[in-house]
Design a protein around this ligand. Sequence first.
Ligand SMILES: Cc1cc2nc3c(=O)[nH]c(=O)nc-3n(C[C@H](O)[C@H](O)[C@H](O)COP(=O)(O)OP(=O)(O)OC[C@H]3O[C@@H](n4cnc5c(N)ncnc54)[C@H](O)[C@@H]3O)c2cc1C
Length: 526
Amino acid sequence: MLRLSEFVLLLVATLQCRTAFAETGNSSDASSPESTSPAAVVAAANTCIQLQRSLGTSIVQTISSGPQYSIAANAAWSAFNHEVNFQPTCIVFVNSTEHVQTAMKAIYSNNADYVVQSGGHSGMTGWNTIQDGVLISFSNMNATSYDPQTDTISLQPGISWGNASSIVEPFGVAPVGGRISNVGTGLLLGGGLSYLSPSQGYAADNYVSVDVVLVDGTLVTATATNQYADLFKALKGGGNRFGIVTQYVVKAVHVGTEQDKIYWGGIFVYPNSSVEALLPAIAHFAQDTNDTNAVLATDFIASWGASGVEPTIQFEMFYNGSAASFNESFAEFLSIPYTSSTAGPLSYLDLVNEVNFPYGEGNLFAGSVLTGVSSTSNETSNQLIDDYIETYRLFNNFSTTYANSTEIQGTLLSFTPVLQSQIRISYEKGGNVISPPRELGGFNEVLFAVTYSEGVNQAPENIEQGRQFWIENTPRTAGLPLFANEADANQQVLASYGEYEFLKQVYAKYDPSRFNMRHTSGPLGL
Ligand SMILES: Cc1cc2nc3c(=O)[nH]c(=O)nc-3n(C[C@H](O)[C@H](O)[C@H](O)COP(=O)(O)OP(=O)(O)OC[C@H]3O[C@@H](n4cnc5c(N)ncnc54)[C@H](O)[C@@H]3O)c2cc1C
């Protein structure tokens, strides 16, 4: 017999069905499932009732039944993924891999839509929350430990990179993780770019084993050499389409403790007048630097202030070594006039805690990729530098066009170098599905982000037109991979990978009915 709360859940589902449009059917290639069809509403309600019975009402909470529901429904970094836009039918606060298996079995057998949230930092709307579906929250699964015997770090998905790095810091080690402390482990599934990447490859290149709950609830442990080696490789950049990861075991990197200030560097702030010199310097750094100790992150920021759009240019430059080596590696940047710098000795943990991006506003990402350009320039490389200038011009153009908009708070253009050393080390560690070409040298992943004002719950259409214009017109070097973690939800990132065909084959093997393409949000093209 139905309990009162179950009756309410089904009643709501039935009412929603009556008002919903005719069944939309399963989408075959959308970044989010068609979640408002009557079938989806009923499937989600039935799944939640089933899960409340098997796991209990404190683990499986609905909008009316659980004290943590609203906290979790508003936990995502981008406010576009908050409760005002998405009310999951239920949130499953998993405490163990078995809970994930139980949830996935119910979701699969009921044909329900679902989504997973770890650190909540997706820049894609609807990728870490859901309407008329089940949200699996990893907020209670955040254990992290270091094993000195194997020199590995175990990470449950709910941990942030800042917390993971702090927990293992006393051992003098760190995982290859995010550059911003409160970002979560979903970073690994998109490949992951880290301050340790020049010397360690993509973050995901450092997997030792990955526990994965497949769509039908089966648990497998994938390693580089076991029968799931294909899945292991697919999870290095393939995103969430292959199953739910419940534990990552990764190689530990010996970076020292917080007392070991092995890095030299800091944040350099440049005036707007330095832009023209900075863009070629970024292009040169990606192509000419093969020093695994040097790491660069670049932020061109426009903030909507009382006196109009205010630019800030802030570069994070670090060197694992002495000030003298820092000066040598970053000579071109240091020769460009800057207004302030925090340069000094730093520990690895200091790097991870150096910059943060606040929660609470709507955000949208878009990406591109540009080849690095050697400073021993000729005519072709000058043309390639023009691509950097045009990318910046289009970013600047967007900011000026919407300068009077009260609906935007800021924009960001960021270039992240992927050095030749990183590409080489990735291949040496077994390769990943991103698989950048070895012959083209280093390149820069480009992120264009728009931060909307507080209280703006959806991207206004006129602003969206400007963002789409940037996506369609910004230069992009053919043959280089886009970066899954910093792209628009509708960009064909996987198709830009070197191992796209392999990825499609592995997906067909592990999810033959394409359940995940039809029932959860994520990258396109499988
Ligand atoms: C401020 C900021 C800084 C960033 N810095 C970096 C950076 O330095 N380097 C970098 O590479 N990226 C960076 N990113 C991008 C970030 O890595 C991605 O957005 C990443 O997906 C976030 O992971 P998460 O766990 O925090 O997010 P979530 O939103 O929880 O998850 C992201 C996606 O992965 C899926 N997912 C998460 N965990 C699992 C799991 N265990 N199993 C299956 N699917 C799962 C989710 O469903 C969702 O689709 C940054 C993003 C922001 C907003």
